[in-house]
Ligand binder design. Structure first.
Ligand code: COI
Length: 356
């Protein structure tokens, strides 16, 4: 059955392409864009509703130079993954959570957003149309990138008159160049990612542009990424440029509470539930940077990074190492449960996966 609602002309090429795996070196995936076959597009005017999206060949899009997203940053993105099971079927992980987060972000950014059903259906259609790009089991995943942007023209500062919802996909492997080896972070105490009352708690595109300067400086010094502190006290952990952070001490796992400046990660939320189900005590609270000094383990979570162990953190010139070559025991346990769930290797008692 063709996954296309509105593009019958594409369905012939779809069925021949999608039946087999793309002819690429599946063992070498990193986290870079590999162009795939189709993308999904749906438009809506300000004050209207999204309807009638369709798949198109993946490629460049046209925007008015005065588009709201280009001039005033009126844009959001999401990230989720699809895994191929041993039986060939594809699993999505909690796609409705991404849909809800996009709706919350859209409210903050004065944009209309697709309904949860529209979002999830669009993700399914896009993944099925690009099925040959979902890596074989154990070789990675298909990263799904939904975008919502003010595509209509504005000159004076105002919400754009038209919006575009777009989904593209790319097969990916590990996010950090370290692979699954621990990453080395540096705490940034001058530049900040978010402010109270700002947009740090939604996935707006500008949050990510704002971290590039500190991230580039850190990378130039050999660090993997930057850990941000709160901008008021310059003392409490917030998050890493592209992921949330967890600190382990004994049986207690602590992570910064969601309070408007931290991105409410879906992997973060899932790891909290998995950790509790495994008997750990999880605390969502203010976590002072000093707690890094005597932590047993530190790890990051995110859709792109999954669960990444942290090998060292440098703060004001002082480096703390977590003394493990690979994963610490806690991060390893949580990573293993989460990824086996996502790949359909264990029973999904949480009802988190959606099979295509
Ligand atoms: C994700 O983990 O999906 C993200 O959106 C982070 C991004 C910077 C790669």
């Amino acid at each position: 059955k063709s996954p296309f609602k509105n593009a019958a002309v594409l369905s012939d090429s779809y069925s021949s392409e999608a039946s087999e795996l793309a002819d690429i070196e599946w063992g070498n995936l990193g986290f870079g864009l590999l162009p795939t076959d189709y993308m999904y597009m749906m438009k809506c005017s300000q004050g209207g509703n999204f309807s009638k999206g369709e798949l198109q060949r993946f490629g460049n899009i046209e925007l008015n130079p005065s588009a709201g997203v280009l001039n005033y940053g009126q844009g959001l993105f999401e990230g989720l993954k699809a895994y191929r099971k041993e039986d060939g079927n594809i699993l999505l992980f909690r796609p409705e959570e991404n849909a809800l987060r996009m709706r919350q972000g859209a409210e903050r950014m004065c944009m209309p957003a697709p309904t949860v059903d529209q979002f999830v259906e669009a993700v399914k259609e896009t993944v099925l149309a690009n099925k040959r790009w979902v890596p074989p089991p154990g070789k990675g995943s298909l990263y799904i990138r939904p975008l919502l942007m003010g595509s209509g023209a504005v000159l004076g500062l105002a919400p754009a008159p038209e919006y575009t919802f777009l989904i593209y996909v790319s097969p990916v492997g590990n996010y950090f160049k370290e692979g699954v080896a621990p990453i080395n972070l540096i705490v940034e105490h001058e530049l900040h990612r978010a402010t109270p009352g700002g947009t740090g708690g939604v996935k707006t595109i500008g949050n990510y542009a704002a971290v590039l300067k500190a991230q580039s400086a850190a990378k130039a010094k050999g660090y993997s990424d930057v850990l941000y502190l709160d901008c008021v006290h310059k003392k409490y952990l917030e998050e890493v440029s592209s992921c949330n952070i967890f600190v382990v001490k004994g049986n207690v796992i602590s992570t910064p509470a969601i309070k408007g400046t931290i991105l409410p990660g879906i992997t973060r939320k899932s790891i909290i539930d998995v950790a509790r189900s495994q008997g750990f005590q999880v605390e969502e609270r203010f976590v002072p940077v000093d707690e890094l000094l005597d932590a047993d383990e530190v790890f990051c979570t995110g859709t792109a990074v999954v669960v990444s162990p942290v090998g060292s953190i440098t703060y004001k010139g002082k480096r703390v190492s977590y003394g493990v070559d690979g994963f610490g025991a806690v991060a390893q346990q949580l990573y293993s449960v989460l990824t086996r769930l996502q790949m359909g290797l264990i029973d999904d008692k949480m009802n988190w996966t959606v099979e295509l």
